[in-house]
Design a protein around this ligand. Structure first.
Ligand code: NAP
Length: 254
């Protein structure tokens, strides 16, 4: 399949869950999608399934915590396609969802390796290819639990948690707060370059990360990330958009 005219997207953590569905929805819109997965078997299985549906989806070995894996992936993309239009930093881990008093610092470090440092490693490795597109989109898959405003008010604007019960899990929530800060920092650096950088909150989606306790489907969870990945050139940058069942999504407070 030729990539001569098709635009290229890269999705991390795309072998299952929301990332796999983002991959499918971007491919449905005609993009060639590199399906990032750290494990070859799981990645190839997802690639096979999505290709069987007729999509141009290509397994890309990519462990976001492994600098060599990221560098190899960037080199392969450089030689195969040269330009990347869309990067969706979706790979993420939950880790033990404990409150601060019960969380050893090492647990926080482990979650940050994937949810924060992994995003920085992948983004910096792919930025030269994104810049070449002249009109690129970076979407960081965050979570409403990373909202510092919501934490300060102890109110979940998405309504998943009752007022006064904003979740207190240290590693995961603060990794997403850090990711939000990372998102804004890139958005500001890249203003005027044609690269729009935004954070997405997919909603509470039934996937492995929450043992399928989520209430939304992956199709619903992929909607806002795909919306941000396919923004027009005059679309926003430096915004935090969440799923709320409306066509335009809900702008969330940082
Ligand atoms: N589900 C929700 O309710 C919800 C809500 C808010 C935000 N999110 C965010 O949405 C994103 C996707 O989560 P999900 O719900 O779809 O969870 P999931 O089904 O557990 O999928 C997570 C994906 O990330 C991959 N991954 C983990 N560590 C990786 C690494 N080091 N390198 C590359 N890939 C890695 C996993 O690969 P393996 O299969 O190899 O483990 C898997 O493909 C995450 O960033 C999550 O924080 C989810």
């Amino acid at each position: 399949m030729s990539t001569d005219h098709a635009q290229v997207a890269v999705v991390t953590g795309a072998n299952k869950g929301i990332g796999r569905e983002i991959t499918r929805q971007l491919a449905q819109r005609g993009l060639v999608v590199y399906l990032g997965a750290r494990d070859e078997q799981r990645g190839r299985a997802a690639e096979r399934d999505l290709r069987a549906e007729g999509h141009d989806v290509r397994f890309l070995q990519l462990d976001v915590t492994d600098a060599e894996s990221v560098s190899r992936a960037a080199k392969r993309l450089d030689s195969e396609v040269g330009t990347v239009r869309v990067l969706v930093n979706n790979a993420g881990i939950g880790g033990p969802m404990h409150p601060p008093s019960q969380t050893p610092a090492d647990q926080v470090r482990t979650v940050y390796e994937t949810n924060v440092f992994g995003v920085i490693t992948v983004t910096n490795a792919l930025l030269p290819l994104l810049r070449r597109s002249g009109s690129a989109r970076i979407v960081n898959v965050s979570s409403v639990v990373g909202s510092l405003t919501a934490a300060a008010e102890n109110v979940d604007p998405s309504g998943v948690h009752p007022p006064g019960a904003f979740p207190t899990m240290l590693s995961y929530a603060t990794s997403k707060s850090a990711l939000n800060a990372v998102t804004l920092t890139y958005a500001n650096e890249l203003r005027g370059t044609g690269i729009l950088v935004n954070a997405a909150s997919p909603g509470f989606v039934a996937t492995d990360i929450n043992f399928h306790h989520g209430v939304l489907t992956v199709e619903e969870g992929a909607r806002v990330p795909v919306l941000l990945a396919t923004l027009p050139d005059n679309g926003p940058t430096g915004t935090f958009l969440g799923e709320n069942g409306t066509a335009e999504g809900q702008v969330l407070p940082w």
